[in-house]
Design a protein around this ligand. Structure first.
Ligand code: GLU
Ligand code: ZN
Length: 492
């Protein structure tokens, strides 16, 4: 049997880490089994729908290199793949259930339902939810409602006795008493739109979905879905509910922890390779130790059996580390084109890149590559080259364990060494050796020497290696900045 899986997002918000992980697992599983990966847009919640979310979905999958075999834009044998284009179908199936006595029309007004809800809340009644008022309406009552112009909804008859069980390959059997399943949920709304449950079950069946991999938060819907499959006389697919993605505190990953929308990671300069690799590892592993996987590798080796049963931890620091690793694998040319938009946005590089600017970018690429965790780090790390805002707070030049007096001396000596060697065209290691020897004789740490030089040259305490800094600024400009900072130390 061919594996057919789907990612079925609702375009009601930006694609977040958890959603994308679901997409990746479905995609990799389909590829590794030589099956089909289907994209289906569940856009029946018209109030929360947004075009921006739908566009974000397409952009995110494209950015990650995830393609679908059937779905929007490309179609397929079971289309359309956008639920709002399938309304007639849901209406037909809902009517069929009514005809078979498995569902019924309900004419209750929102006012009546609201009153019912309030009464139930006030009486602290055990029984919550719809009271099945319309299950046995007389013909006369029905006519009255129709004449009053009330558009009915269709509700499923949920059995009040017995239990429903579904099997999940990670969680085992999950059983609910039918009386605990929501009493007679709406399948078709009065505007002719299906609810999530109806559309989801019909589509999974008609599209021949064999495995459902989705977030664990859908487990409570499981029994209802099984009841729907039974009502239709269909065979349910295999379920695999995915453990939650949590922050380091064990709580479900949310904005409280940091960014969650993939678009925001992308804007900051995370690479798709890093996101794809790391997000896959949050809840899955091949052998418990291997960490690096390309998309192509995962397309071969992803198996369901290795999905973890317990929730996965999304560690922002670990993602940074992965991203840094992937940045270092890029060629200088690649780095230049990756950082260019950030430097243009910062106003460091013009829109039409000149030859001079391109040369500078190529010189910047190697040291940046070593220091960046995310591409946007290129802006603060290279700012010293493009704008000169000297640090006037003396304290910033003074390293830990140093004082002003010692710093003045170390700064003078250190810059003398560096500038002289740079002027003579000697390698920077020469300066390092001499500075080390000097620091030793003066009984100070080398950073006591390097820090004032660094702040003088880069106007910051965090910077690219000094070696590259001097090379990028040139000796003349380096001298100018050093002399300027030195004057700060001459003033009392
Ligand atoms: N549209 C649902 C969602 O947004 C799909 C859930 C499912 O996969 O069944 O998550
Ligand atoms: Zn009713």
């Amino acid at each position: 049997m061919e594996v057919r899986v789907r990612y079925a997002p609702s375009p009601t918000g930006l694609q977040h880490i958890g959603g994308v992980r679901t997409a990746l697992y479905n995609y990799f599983f389909a590829r590794s089994q030589h099956g089909k990966f289907i994209l289906r847009i569940e856009d029946t919640d018209r109030e929360r729908y947004s075009d921006e979310s739908l566009q974000d979905l397409y952009d995110t999958l494209e950015w990650l290199g995830i393609t679908w075999d059937e779905g929007p834009n490309i179609g397929g044998p079971y289309g359309p793949y956008i639920q709002s284009e399938r309304l007639e179908l849901y209406q037909r199936y809902a009517r069929q259930l009514v005809e078979e006595g498995k569902a019924y029309y309900c004419y209750c007004t929102p006012e009546r339902l609201e009153k019912l809800r309030q009464e139930q809340a006030a009486s602290k009644s055990q029984y919550q939810g719809y009271d099945r008022h319309c299950e046995h309406l007389s013909e006369e009552e029905r006519q009255k409602a129709i004449e009053a112009g009330i558009k009915p909804v269709i509700r499923l008859k949920v059995p009040t006795e017995g239990k429903t069980t579904f099997h999940d390959i990670l969680m085992g059997d999950i059983t609910r008493k039918n009386k605990d399943v929501s009493p007679d949920p709406v399948l078709l709304k009065s505007d002719g739109y299906p609810t999530y449950h109806l559309a989801n079950v019909i589509d999974d069946h008609l599209m021949g979905i064999t495995h459902i991999m989705r977030a664990q938060e859908w487990i409570p819907s499981g029994p209802l879905h099984i009841l729907l499959y039974e009502a239709f006389g269909w065979q349910p697919p295999v379920y695999c509910h995915l453990p939650m993605v949590c922050g380091k505190d064990g709580q479900k990953l949310s904005k409280r922890h940091g960014d969650t929308a993939v678009r925001d990671f992308r804007k900051k300069g995370y690479l798709p390779e890093a996101i794809l690799n790391y997000v896959t590892l949050v809840g899955w592993s091949l052998d418990g130790s291997r960490e690096f996987f390309s998309r192509q590798e995962l397309e071969k080796c992803f198996v369901l059996e290795n999905i973890h049963v317990s929730s996965g931890t999304f560690d922002y620091k670990k993602l940074d580390w992965f991203n840094g690793q992937y940045i270092r694998q890029k060629s200088d040319e690649e780095i230049v084109s990756l950082i260019l938009p950030y430097l243009q946005e910062a106003g460091f590089i013009s829109k039409e890149v000149s030859d001079e600017e391109r040369k500078t970018l190529m010189l910047l690429a190697p040291p940046l590559k070593e220091r960046m965790k995310i591409l946007s780090d290129a802006v603060p790390l290279s700012a010293f080259l493009f704008k000169d805002e000297p640090v006037t707070d003396k304290a910033q030049y003074i390293a830990k364990g140093m004082d002003e007096e010692k710093t003045r001396e170390a700064f003078r000596k250190g810059s003398e060494i560096i500038l002289a060697n740079a002027e003579a065209g000697k390698p920077f290691s020469q300066s390092e050796d001499e500075i080390k020897a000097y620091a030793e004789s003066a009984g100070i740490k080398v950073n006591g020497v390097f820090q004032p030089v660094r702040v003088a040259l880069t106007n910051s305490t965090v910077s690219l290696p000094l070696h590259d800094t001097v090379a990028l600024l040139g000796v003349q400009e380096s001298r100018r900045r050093i002399e300027r900072a030195m004057r700060l130390f001459d003033q009392e």
